[in-house]
Design a protein around this ligand. Structure first.
Ligand code: 5GP
Length: 194
């Protein structure tokens, strides 16, 4: 039997549209899909764990990693740096596993250029009104940050045209199943649009 073809899976969405929950559901359902733990300079949140949600590092350390070409992509978001480790992605693919990246669009576009084999998926909220409702309900951000996120959402949605597929997040279980089907179609060389 020929081994399956593994590749990175990029999942982007405006913040609040649910990409993290969808990625978590996919990793839970499929033992051959791993989550790419990014590096960031932003402060750790109460619910997060270093090395699990992110590797939390100083700006100096992050910049050193940029100089060493340790990132496949990196970007700034709301004043902080975020980057995808080249080593983590390459090691995972070399172990014949899929790796899923929940990242914002500017970095995602850079990643697509470096890894044209990636499957890229853009997740839309059901509507902008629903996105706003979800962001306000999270109660993690100040009204100003929510406004910035809504403004960023418009730019991110404009970038959605560069993705292989888009899906609407109406239900995490359904959407995660839909993405899993796309992953296996692509790994078997089948048309992901049919
Ligand atoms: P948060 O601070 O809310 O965890 O993440 C802010 C944004 O940065 C989200 O859109 C998240 O998906 C994105 N992000 C997380 N890790 C990376 C990464 O490695 N690279 C890029 N370009 N964006 C990332």
């Amino acid at each position: 039997m020929t081994p399956k073809k593994c590749f990175p899976i990029i999942v982007s969405s405006p913040s609040g549209a649910g990409k993290n929950s969808i990625c978590d559901a996919i990793v839970e359902k499929r033992s051959d899909v791993e989550y790419s733990v990014s590096y960031t300079t932003r402060a750790i949140r109460r619910t997060e764990e270093d090395g699990v949600d992110y590797f939390f590092v100083s700006e100096d350390y992050f910049k050193k990693m940029i100089r060493e070409d340790a990132f496949l992509e990196w970007a700034q978001y709301l004043g902080h740096y975020y980057g995808t480790s080249r080593k983590i992605v390459e090691d995972t693919i070399n172990r014949n596993m899929f790796i899923i990246l929940a990242i914002e669009t500017k970095g995602a576009l850079k990643f697509m250029k470096k890894r044209p084999d990636a499957l890229s998926i853009f997740i839309f909220p059901p509507s902008m009104k629903e996105l706003e409702r979800r962001l306000r309900n999270r109660k993690t951000d100040t009204p100003n940050v929510i406004e910035t996120r809504l403004d960023n959402a418009k730019h991110e949605i404009a970038d959605s045209v560069y993705y292989d597929r888009f899906v609407i997040n109406d239900d995490i279980d359904r959407v995660s199943d839909e993405i899993i089907k796309l992953i296996y179609k692509k790994s078997k060389g089948k048309d992901i649009y049919g």
